[in-house]
Each structure stands twice: as structure tokens, then as C-alpha cells.
Design a protein around this ligand. Structure first.
Ligand SMILES: [Zn+2]
Length: 640
């Protein structure tokens, strides 16, 4: 018997609090359509394992069996705040929806970060494959929820709402963070981002923690705006005010409210209610904000607001014609309800923009450097990734994004003007010999990539990637013995190879040395370690049906730096390499590089992590122990 394609599961559209508000009650139940998979009670599936242990009450709640006839027959359990089994069903639905969005955009399967294996107090190279992300819907009594990379798990807390009325939360009632689709999507995004770039857990500049937070919010926000039913309802409710940003703004404000547990900054970055008039007002972009906001959430909120701004620009642009048609050309809607057909069309436009924007934002991740990301890097990644996949851009997505980044004052460092052309990553500038070295490297892994492209089992894929990482490591380190005959016939010299390595952020044969710094020196240790983090194969489709087959490689080199007076730190260089496969030929398109340099970036990081440059010092208020604050800790970050 053929299996169904989807599993329908009932759940909340926005937070459960909105079910008790008369105006949102009718729409706060949605059907989540999740790709079918056989499930064990838990639910436990291919990607997830929901473990419902509640340490507060010291009990396990009975795991829900979503494959049981009764539950299948009613499209899952009915939403209920008091039913732990519904909570299990709901986190499963939202996490799977988020994973599906990522897989669709990235064109490959998500593989979780591997578990570190500790030997004699040191992390061992042989990392353990993690098949399922572990999810605890009732992990603690706390108004917090977080992702932990050590355990590769999501932990959701619950709490008694504060004794003040905040939006639609009743004072005193229990609030479950696992029932907020925004919070669940946010935490899932942390887990996926960490699986792609484990080094983003290192706080090397103020944009890094802010990016983790912002990106998680962007995914949650755009997922919410993809829900046509919710949009239709809001558009209908706010009828004549379509041209005043209101609908989206109100939704976004509720979103900020929903994430209020430790994430209040978001709400004020997008918009706020005017206390006098009670009307929602969008906050106008402030180009100075990015220079001044140092705390992760304040800074992250700027990036969220930037993407929201792009969304609003696209929406207003795209609905102009509909409004003109509906108003005989005036564009101003009369009093009274607007026509249900118009409501539908406007909602469809908004949800369409939202899902495209979500794909664009996710896809850009592959075009980011593997370490030390800045918002400027992300803007360049957005523009390059989207130009590659949707060259025409008839609907102006890239222009809207660039305009919004400009309005919020976010510029990449080396770019003087913001245009699609200047923002694109450039193809590698290599000499003929360096180019030959690079093609030898790409050709060396081609057969393995071919094999991986035919696999569907995630564990097998992960195992093959691991082999491939080793293989790349060996060729980068010892090209002469690895390539043997090919090396001889290529007539390359080791110095040509070293030249190529320099272009991917790797330096060879380093002896210990030091440079002057502040009122002391920085000492570098010899022979920095090379790590090949990720090799990924992707097959993706753009808005204009353009298809791309790609290989994405990310690698870093670690330089240990000691300072006489202060503690030491790790300074990393490296790159993300994007290879396009066309007619069975591997072409290196981009090398997204964080160069090993002894000046600008190094000094900035030293100032930031050692606490020397006052304005750029890493804010430690959100961490327990400043000495450990190099690594992000979402439990502390979210509780802040
Ligand atoms: Zn977060």
C-alpha cells in the first residue's frame, strides 16, 4: 500500500493566548501539513526524538502515538494547553515544518552537528554522528527555551505568567514555550545554523551572536508570514489601512510579544504602539543604530528589522496594482469591509513574498564565511546567492534588500557603493598555476560527490562526508604524495600549491613569532591546525526555475595567540568554497575568504575578546562566566 504524502496535524497558528481573544480565536487553529514519515510514539522520527521528561514534576508524560488510527483520523490531537501529548505533537509539527523549509531552500538534507567525544579532557577528532535532535518540551520551570550544542538538543521551559497583563497572557496562567510556533522555529534554527557553521558559536565580533539571534528570528517571522489564513484574517480585520504598514506590523508586534521571554528588543525594532493613539507605528530605519548597538539582541534586532523592511517594501510594491484595480485607480480604499476576493489576493501576495524571502535568506547561508561572520558578509551572501539562482529578479527582491540594508546603515567593509554588482562576491583571482592546483583539488573529490548525490540515507551521507573531509584534508596537506602521477604531469611546484592555499586562507610552515600589540605583544604558535569542517552537495531551484548543482566546502585554520599580560585566544582564518557542477565539470565559482592577516581583523578580535578597545569590548552581561564567554551559550543569552 502506498503511504500518504503528508501528515496533517492540528496546531496553533500563533501563541495559545490568541485563542482566548475574540478577534483571533477563529484563526488560531491551523493544520500543519508535514511530509509523511512513519513515527514511533514520542513522536520519534527520522530527524527528531521528543523526550517528554519533566524534571519539575519528576515524571515522564506518556508519549503520543501519532500513527494510531484514532489520532490519524482526526488530523492529530486538538490544540489544548493542558494536554502534554498535544504539546509533543505540536513541537514535532513546527520543528519538521522548519526543517522542510531549510531543506527546500538549501537543496539537501539537514544533518545535525556531531556530538563531541571527550578523551582525557580534550575533544576527540572522531565525532559521533547524531541521527536525531533531542527535544524536551517540558525541560524546566523557566521562562526560557534554548538549543544546546553540547547535547544537540532543544529544551523548552514553562512558567507561570507574570502578574502583569502583557498582551494576551493571563496573569498567573501557565505559559508553555513549546506551544509558541515562533519560539519553536527560533530554537530549531539555532540547531540548523550550528550544524552548518559550528564556529559561529565563537563570539569573535559583535555581529556573530547577534547574527545567530537575528537569523533565528527572521526564520520564525517569515514562517509566520507564509501562513495565508492568518494573513487573510489580519488583512480583513484591518481593512482600510492596507497602505499604512499596519497588518504586517501588528503581526510582527504580536510576534515580538510572543518572544517576550528574554527577547524584548525585537518588538521595538520593528514597530510599537503609540501610547496616546493606541495605533501601531512602524519604526523608521535608523542608520546610526548599527554603530551603537553592541548587545546581541539589540544588534540582532537591527538585522531582523532590515529583513522586515525589505518585506514591507516588496509587499507595498507588489499590491499597488491590486489596490488601483480595487479603487478605480485612486489607490485609496473606501470605508467599510474590503472585498473578500481582494483580501485573498493580498494575502496570497504577502505569503508568496514571505516564502521567497525565507528561501533567499536561508540559501544565503551557504555563501557565508565559516567563521567571524558580519552583517555585511551576510548582505553580500544574500545578493550573490540570489543572483546565481534567480538571475532576472523581475520582482525586485534584491533591490528591496539592498535598499533596506542601506536604510539601516549596514555596509560590508570593502564595498563602497551598494549595488547588485558591487555586492556580489567576486570569482577567485588566481594565477594560472594556482587555478590548476584548485582544479586538481576539485577533481580529486568529484567521484565521491557523484556517489553522495545519489544517496538518500542521512547516516550514509554523513559518513561519506566525513571520508571526504579527510580526503580533502590530506590533499591540502600533502598534494605531492596524494596526487602522485597527476602531480607529476601537472608540473606544479609546492610553492604554487602554497600560493593556492593562501587564497583559501591557509598558511603553511609558520614558525613561532610575535607582533607588538597595545602595551604588550601577541605571540603566535607554530604550525596552525587545519580543519575541513563541511563538504556538502546541494541541488537547488530558484524562483525562475533555474537549477544549480553545487558543492560547498568550508575549512578553517586555527592560530593560537598568546598575550603577555592578557589571556590567549584563537584566531581563525579560512573560507567557504562554492563549486558549481555543470555538464559534469566542477568549476570553483567563489572563495569566500577570511584571510589570515596580522592587522585589521586580528587586532579587532584581540581588542574585542581581550577587552581592550572600550567600544568594541565583548559585552559579558549575558554570560555567567566571562572567561567562558568566547563560546555562545543560548541558555544565558535567551535569559538575558
Ligand atoms: Zn536565540
Amino acid at each position: 500500500m502506498t503511504k500518504p504524502r503528508y501528515r496533517c496535524l492540528r496546531g496553533y497558528t500563533i501563541d495559545p493566548g490568541f485563542s482566548t481573544r475574540l478577534d483571533t480565536m477563529v484563526i488560531n487553529e491551523s493544520i500543519y501539513k508535514i511530509k509523511w514519515e512513519d513515527l514511533e510514539p514520542g513522536p520519534i522520527g527520522e530527524y527528531l526524538e521528543i523526550i517528554d521528561f519533566d524534571p519539575v514534576n519528576y515524571c515522564f508524560y506518556e508519549p503520543v502515538d501519532l500513527d494510531s488510527k484514532e489520532i490519524l483520523g482526526m488530523s492529530g490531537l486538538a490544540p489544548s494547553e493542558g494536554d502534554a501529548q498535544f504539546h509533543q505533537q505540536f513541537v514535532y509539527a513546527v520543528i519538521m515544518q522548519t526543517i522542510e523549509n531549510f531543506e527546500k531552500a538549501l537543496g539537501r538534507k539537514i544533518i545535525w552537528r556531531s556530538n563531541l567525544v571527550w578523551k582525557n579532557g580534550k575533544a576527540d577528532e572522531a565525532q559521533e554522528y547524531v541521527q536525531k535532535l533531542r527535544v524536551y518540551p517540558h525541560a524546566m520551570m523557566d521562562s526560557n527555551a534554548f538549543y544546546t550544542s553540547e547535547k544537540v538538543a532543544l529544551l523548552f521551559g514553562y512558567f507561570q505568567a507574570a502578574n502583569k497583563i502583557e498582551g494576551s497572557n493571563f496573569p498567573g496562567g501557565a505559559v508553555f514555550t513549546c506551544l509558541s510556533p515562533d519560539i519553536v522555529a527560533h530554537e530549531t534554527t539555532h540547531a540548523i545554523l550550528d550544524s552548518m557553521y559550528p564556529r559561529y558559536m565563537e563570539n569573535t565580533n559583535p555581529d556573530v551572536p547577534a547574527f545567530h539571534e537575528a537569523f533565528a528570528d527572521i526564520v520564525a517571522l517569515l514562517q509566520r508570514f507564509s501562513n495565508t489564513k492568518l494573513l487573510e484574517h489580519q488583512i480583513e480585520q484591518t481593512r482600510g489601512r492596507l497602505d499604512e504598514y499596519s497588518i504586517m506590523g501588528e503581526l510582527a508586534t504580536q510576534f515580538g510579544q510572543a518572544l517576550e521571554t528574554g527577547r524584548g528588543a525585537l518588538r521595538s525594532a520593528i514597530g510599537e504602539y503609540d501610547k496616546k493613539t493606541g495605533k501601531w507605528k512602524k519604526i523608521n530605519p535608523n542608520p546610526a543604530a548599527y554603530q551603537n548597538a553592541m548587545e546581541a539582541h539589540d544588534r540582532g534586532a537591527i538585522l531582523v528589522a532590515t529583513v522586515f523592511e525589505a518585506f514591507m517594501r516588496l509587499y507595498n510594491f507588489r499590491v499597488q496594482d491590486l489596490l488601483r484595480i480595487a479603487t478605480q485607480g485612486s489607490g485609496i480604499l473606501p470605508q467599510g469591509s474590503i472585498h473578500p476576493d481582494l483580501v485573498k489576493r493580498l494575502a496570497t501576495e504577502a505569503s508568496d513574498i514571505s516564502s521567497h524571502l525565507l528561501s533567499i535568506c536561508i540559501r544565503a547561508l551557504d555563501y557565508c564565511p565559516p567563521i567571524d561572520i558580519t552583517f555585511g558578509d551576510y548582505l553580500q551572501a544574500l545578493i550573490t546567492a540570489d543572483t546565481d539562482l534567480s538571475p532576472e529578479d523581475n520582482n525586485g527582491y534584491r533591490v528591496a534588500l539592498i535598499d533596506s540594508f542601506r536604510a539601516w546603515g549596514i555596509f560590508p567593509q570593502r564595498v563602497k557603493t551598494l549595488s547588485v554588482y558591487s555586492l556580489r562576491w567576486f570569482p577567485p583571482q588566481l594565477t594560472a598555476k594556482e587555478d590548476l592546483a584548485m582544479s586538481l583539488m576539485a577533481a580529486h573529490i568529484k567521484d565521491d560527490i557523484r556517489e553522495i548525490s545519489r544517496l538518500t540515507n542521512r547516516e550514509l551521507i554523513a559518513a561519506k562526508y566525513k571520508v571526504l573531509q579527510k580526503k580533502l584534508h590530506t590533499i591540502l596537506d600533502k598534494p605531492i604524495t596524494t596526487l602522485d602521477k597527476k602531480w607529476k604531469s601537472s608540473k606544479l611546484k609546492q610553492k604554487d600549491w602554497d600560493g593556492f592555499l593562501k587564497n583559501i586562507g591557509v598558511v603553511k610552515n609558520i614558525k613561532p613569532y610575535s607582533i607588538p600589540y597595545s602595551d604588550g605583544i601577541l605571540r603566535f604558535s607554530a604550525n596552525p591546525k587545519l580543519e575541513v569542517h563541511n563538504v556538502k552537495h546541494a541541488f537547488r531551484k530558484g524562483r525562475e526555475d533555474q537549477q544549480l548543482e553545487q558543492v560547498i566546502i568550508s575549512l578553517t585554520q586555527t592560530h593560537r595567540v598568546e598575550s603577555g599580560e592578557y589571556r590567549g585566544f584563537k584566531f581563525r582564518s579560512g573560507c567557504t568554497i562554492i563549486i558549481n557542477i555543470l555538464n559534469d565539470v566542477m568549476n570553483v565559482e567563489y572563495i569566500i575568504l577570511k584571510r589570515f592577516d596580522k592587522d585589521v581583523r586580528l587586532i579587532k578580535q584581540a581588542d574585542y575578546q581581550l577587552g581592550i578597545g572600550a567600544s568594541m569590548t565583548m559585552p559579558i552581561s549575558s554570560y555567567d562566566d566571562p572567561r567562558k564567554s568566547i563560546n555562545l551559550n543560548f541558555q544565558n543569552l535567551h535569559a538575558h
